[in-house]
Write a protein that binds this ligand. Sequence first.
Ligand SMILES: Nc1nc2c(c(=O)[nH]1)N[C@H]1C(S)=C(S)[C@@H](COP(=O)(O)O)O[C@H]1N2
Ligand SMILES: [Mo]
Length: 226
Amino acid sequence: MKRLFPLILALLVMLTGCVALKPEPGNAEADAASAATQSRYRENEITEYQGARLDPAVGPRDNSISGVQHVDIVGYTLIIDGLVDQQTTLSYDQVLALDAYERLITLHCVEGWDASILWKGVLLNDLIALAGAKPEATTVIFTAVDGYTTSLPLATIREKGLILAYGANGLDLPDEMGYPFIVVAEDKLGYKWARWVNRITLSDDASYQGFWESNGYSNEADIPQE
Ligand SMILES: Nc1nc2c(c(=O)[nH]1)N[C@H]1C(S)=C(S)[C@@H](COP(=O)(O)O)O[C@H]1N2
Ligand SMILES: [Mo]
């Protein structure tokens, strides 16, 4: 047994050495995945912000209810209506003329993936203030060009200072991420992040249910804690 010991030791060293030299299928897959991720960054897209890695604003796949929308900005308007003092219609440039805010926020989809992106946009409450919310308004309903709908409490929009984004990672929003505008519903699941938004409606119906909400998804849409 004593004589065997150095042999066993040598064998062990050889074996572990071999294992280390062998290309691991797991690593090869990870490399392929990161190459696919790399290829989704657009030219001049920022990939890092204050030491944090940013995900590409173009996701790996599209799950939209009617596919990616391509909005012609020339004819585009954003309508703010419902329980407001003055129904208001804004052009793309009129929205961009408001004060800008930049934030790194992660989008979490119910399917399990997430994307951390540097968003740039305007305060939803600044837009709402232009039309003037009536005191009885409790709920903000978002409608998009594909017919998609979702809603958020007006109080949440005000307390969190939620933004309507037109920029992602230093560039305009790509069509895939909702050009011209996406609701950055911080701390809420992906289905609250309405893309291609063209209507913001103030309502007193706190139990309003949008597209996925009326298909059984929670109206709170809180992100499950790990
Ligand atoms: N207009 C519109 N906005 C939308 C959707 C949609 O189908 N249409 N899907 C929502 C969902 S479920 C998610 S997770 C995010 C990201 O969608 P994606 O998975 O297609 O990238 O957009 C949200 N906003
Ligand atoms: Mo989603």
